[in-house]
Design a protein. Structure first.
Length: 151
């Protein structure tokens, strides 16, 4: 009787151990699945459409910041390799709200105001992603949510 008890205890333990292993594994798979789903549903929004951004840039930014993103003279700062772009929120805000007051780009001070550029959320996202990823810039990307949050 004692032996049987011990055996059933061991069996029960094994059973519980297997169960928790299975449920843990199952749990993990589930998280992975939701993660994948999330990235997939977010993909279309985040997808970098540099073509659309380029067109907006050419129409609304290039006159001052130039096609090569180098800026112009002492007043128009560069976007190519600009350390200002590392702060995505500041970048979005500067474009949709304009900039007044002194800023510093790559150690150089600029103080001519930039007027706000009127853009839809989509256009703002496209043009920001264009400047973040052009002229060898690799500053990541922004989403529509980032634009909305910055407005
Ligand atoms: C009429 C000229 C003009 C136009 C058009 C213009 N900017 Fe600017 N931009 C400026 C000036 C001047 C500054 C510097 C502001 C300051 O010194 O306070 C600036 C600064 C910036 C900065 C921050 C500094 C830097 O170089 O990283 C960003 C980012 C920027 N502009 C992006 C854009 C984008 C994107 C567009 C088009 C949607 C645009 N600008 C259109 C003149 C312009």
């Amino acid at each position: 009787m004692k032996k049987l008890n011990l055996l059933s205890l061991m069996l029960a333990f094994l059973f519980v151990a297997t169960l928790s292993l299975v449920s843990c594994g199952g749990g993990e798979t589930k998280t992975n699945e939701t993660d994948t789903e999330k990235t997939e549903t977010e993909k279309p929004e985040v997808k970098l459409d540099l073509t659309a951004g380029k067109t907006i840039y050419e129409g609304k930014c290039q006159a001052c910041h130039q096609a090569n993103g180098q800026g112009l003279g002492d007043n128009f700062p560069p976007l190519a390799k600009s350390d200002f772009l590392k702060d995505k929120t500041a970048t979005i805000k500067s474009i949709i709200n304009g900039i007044s007051g002194e800023i510093e780009v790559n150690g150089k001070k600029y103080s001519m105001p930039m007027a706000a550029v009127v853009l839809t959320d989509q256009e703002a996202m496209d043009v920001v992603n264009y400047i973040l990823n052009s002229w060898e810039n690799k500053y990541g990307s922004v989403t529509l949510e980032d634009i909305k949050a910055a407005r």
